[in-house]
Design a protein around this ligand. Structure first.
Ligand code: 5GP
Length: 201
């Protein structure tokens, strides 16, 4: 492939994006998940530089000022952003990068990077989504209500993505994303160097 793929995975909170990305990381050795920056406080078990780069609001605003973000958004009252340094050079060097980001961020990336692959993860139902978020036990009641309020609007954005993947069974959802990535790697437009090489011989 000429360059690495930029794969953007988003969807409502609780749809299972995080779990899908973790499994893809385990299963595919040519893929890397971009670590985002956030002003959200770490949850129990989250590790600086692995889960996120946890920043104070002033540090985040400074990075916005210095144009260090490919995209950033305010999600449920906190800032989240994708750092250019996590993505752009890596793609030029042929690495496939996954962004697990919210819908506003994904649409921003689509404007600036239309050759990315945009995948929307659908939950099996709104009720199931609610029980998954509650079951995580990581969010306050207030945060859960905020997240649920957004879901109906968020589902409407699915049409702006290239693919939708229903996450009613985690293994089958991961397999579908895996198949999308593998098919996208074979697109003729991404393999001009290969075609030219064969023409030369
Ligand atoms: P959480 O607080 O549960 O880790 O993430 C909340 C939401 O922020 C999720 O929908 C997640 O996909 C999104 N998010 C995580 N990193 C980024 C990022 O770099 N940019 C944007 N726009 N959203 C992000």
């Amino acid at each position: 492939m000429d360059k690495g793929l930029l794969v953007v995975i988003s969807g409502p909170s609780g749809a299972g994006k995080g779990t899908i990305c973790k499994k893809l990381l385990n299963d595919m050795d040519d893929i890397k998940v971009s670590i985002s920056a956030t002003t959200r406080k770490p949850r129990i078990g989250e590790v600086e530089g692995e889960s996120y780069y946890f920043l104070e609001k002033e540090q985040f605003l400074e990075k916005i000022e210095n144009e260090e973000f490919l995209e950033y958004a305010q999600v449920y009252g906190n800032y989240y952003g994708t750092l250019k340094k996590e993505v752009l050079k890596e793609i030029e060097n042929g690495k496939n990068i996954i962004l697990e980001i919210d819908i506003q961020g994904a649409l921003e990336v689509k404007k600036n990077y239309p050759s990315g692959v945009f995948i929307f993860i659908l939950p099996p139902s709104i009720n199931e989504l609610k029980s998954r978020i509650e079951g995580r036990g990581t969010d306050s009641k207030d945060t859960i209500l905020k997240r649920m309020d957004c879901v109906y609007d968020e589902l409407g954005y699915a049409f702006q993505y290239d693919y939708v993947v229903l996450n009613d069974d985690i293994n089958s959802a991961v397999e579908k994303v895996y198949n999308i990535i593998n098919a996208e790697k074979l697109r003729s437009i991404r393999n001009q160097a290969l075609i030219n090489k064969i023409k030369e011989v």
